[in-house]
Design a protein around this ligand. Sequence first.
Ligand code: NDP
Length: 256
Amino acid sequence: MAGLNVRSVLVTGSNRGIGLELVKQLLGKSNPPQWVFATCRDPEGARGQELRNLVSKHPNLVIVKLDAVNPASIEEATRRVEEQLDGSGLNLVINNAGIFSDVSLATVDSEEMLGAYKTNVVGPMLVGQAFLPLLKKAAQGSSQKGLSCSKAAIVNISSVLGSIERVPETFFKPVISYRCSKAALNMLTRCQALSYAEDGILCAAVHPGWVQTDMGTQKADLPVDESVRGILTVLPTLSEKHSGSFWSWAGETIPW
Ligand code: NDP
């Protein structure tokens, strides 16, 4: 984890679950980022309490309101982050916010499908577009050669359920809207990687494992701290040859 030398990082959906743990572990590093932008939908409300508790101990933590399905909210968050960075770029954006519904082909409807796409694909696309100028600035200001998560990167938290090749193994849970939206997020990741490589920005998709969160439930395999330790160990190992690829929290590549 010592390898991830980011000066600034932004995490979406960081008020609970994997996003909150990402923020906690980034702040707890021996070389923590100068700025951790923890974004969530409702920083002032009850759901933002855990983040607010961290602020007094960590002056490098900035809580920013960001609703991933609301373009105006994303634009406002961009302005807030830009102001705080005061002329510097943003090194790392982690698109973590996501939603899940246990629906099959027999029960899914268009509203459910479109809702999953809006949060799980359109959100990360808009966040990537909005923060692109700050990511480019980080890449331009870096003396590092090649691509890396420490220099400038977009990491999309995906799911193995979005792997088309793995469907035969994972279809015991159909979750149609979720797996289709994560497959689309994987495609977005690949397109972002090709589009943004010339700007010096690495893009990758990461599966966090089946994790004990509200979404994963307590029946899941992995405690959230273990998953996030794994993710933060994988990120510094990624370079330009890995941009546009799909990784598990344990450092294995996952087929599309
Ligand atoms: P949780 O349900 O525990 O947390 C989801 C987070 O996303 C919450 O902070 C929630 O905010 C936020 N969120 C949802 N919609 C929006 C939105 N429109 N704008 C901003 N934030 C939003 O999920 P996990 O922590 O388990 O999951 C995090 C990511 O990991 C997701 O992308 C998920 O698909 C992925 N993942 C999780 C797995 C697991 O087993 N847990 C397995 C594979 C992938 P709020 O509190 O406001 O609702």
